[in-house]
Design a protein around this ligand. Structure first.
Ligand SMILES: *Cc1c(COP(=O)(O)O)cnc(C)c1O
Length: 339
């Protein structure tokens, strides 16, 4: 079976750099949604705990329960609670959902500052405070999400300005409603690496921790190392003469006599079919023909093949982003932690 290795030294190196920028590991909330970006939820949670990370961010209740033992605080981005937990905190994404949370649930309020995807509108803040109090929820924090931290400076600036306003208004509302002091956060990986002086209560870090951030001319970002590598095992080998085609649709024809190996990693396992005929491994071994569901052919007869060790390279060839390459990796692939 194809398998994944996770490089613990690289992960800890990345966390060192992130902690330096966030001014402390207690400020890092490690984003572990989607099976920890395909790396393996429990494997990454175990290593994060060993490093001393105490906060995590996931999408669902099920994910939160799975890693509850590893963290002190877990933020669920998009789910309604099934059972109460002192550690798990749920996101309010719009006003209508507030009445659906069971009383006493810990919540964080997401505010839309310009990405226009999730979160209440800025002018709904007072109404949200009112409904949260009425529903007897425990409001812990207010946060927003950037859509353009690494792509459009003026939208990034605008969102930051809006979040400043939200902080000010929310602080006044806490006094008016008599709640406890709130925490505020807005930074994802790109934001943390983009700004020079991080001052918020927490940063929600995904891709930087996995070592696959793409941000131009940034010394710290360049020191991050990819954590995940993927290896495949050989199913079979064959000798092919010149002018013979390989695989579905006969889309590749040999240029000369060669030895070809077929390896057990296909699009069903998470190898984007867009890489067909275009991919070359880090050891410059060519992929030949179309990627099949469970296998693909390479110009190699090695028993085991390193398919990739940097999802960004695959992403460039597939016309995608590292996030998609990584989260495509199926949970049943074995994950091995390299100490
Ligand atoms: C996924 C996600 C993040 C992490 O983003 P990265 O770019 O991987 O750091 C942070 N916040 C929210 C709300 C997210 O959905």
């Amino acid at each position: 079976m194809a398998y994944i290795t996770l490089n613990k030294q690289h992960f800890f190196n990345n966390l060192d750099i992130i902690a330096q920028r966030s001014k402390g590991k207690d400020k890092i909330a490690l984003v572990l949604k989607d099976n920890a970006y395909g790396h393996g939820l429990r494997e990454m949670a175990t290593m994060a705990k060993e490093y001393g990370i105490s906060k995590a961010v996931v999408r669902s209740c099920v994910e939160a329960k799975e890693i509850e033992e590893f963290f002190d605080y877990i933020l669920v981005l998009a789910d309604t609670p099934q059972e109460k937990s002192v550690k798990i905190c749920y996101t309010i994404n719009d006003l209508d959902s507030i009445s659906k949370f069971p009383k006493k649930t810990k919540v964080e309020l997401k505010v839309n500052t310009g990405m226009n995807r999730n979160g209440i509108e800025m002018d709904e803040l007072r109404e949200a405070f009112f409904l949260i109090q009425k529903q007897e929820l425990k409001l812990e924090a207010i946060f927003t999400h950037h859509g353009c931290a690494d792509e459009n400076q003026s939208i990034f600036d605008e969102q930051n300005k809006n979040f400043m306003k939200v902080k000010k208004e929310a602080t006044a509302l806490v006094e008016a409603f008599g709640g406890k002091e709130l925490r505020f956060h807005s930074a994802n990986s790109a934001t943390l690496f983009q700004i020079d002086n991080f001052t918020e209560d927490m940063a929600r870090i995904g891709i930087a921790a996995y070592g696959c951030i793409e941000i131009a001319k940034n010394v710290d970002a360049e020191s991050l190392r990819p954590v995940l590598s993927l290896y495949a095992k050989r199913n079979s080998t064959r000798y092919l003469g010149k002018g013979v085609s390989i695989g579905y649709g006969a889309s590749y024809t040999t240029l000369r006599e060669c030895q070809v190996g077929n390896y057990d990693f296909g699009y069903g396992d998470g190898f984007l079919r867009a890489c067909s005929n275009r991919y070359e491994t880090p050891e410059s071994i060519r992929l030949l023909g179309k990627i099949s569901m469970d296998n693909s052919s390479f110009l190699s007869v090695a028993e085991e093949l390193l398919i990739f060790n940097d999802a960004r390279v695959v992403a460039r060839i597939a016309g995608s982003i590292s996030y998609e390459i990584l989260t495509a990796l199926k949970p049943y692939l074995k994950r091995v932690i390299l100490e």
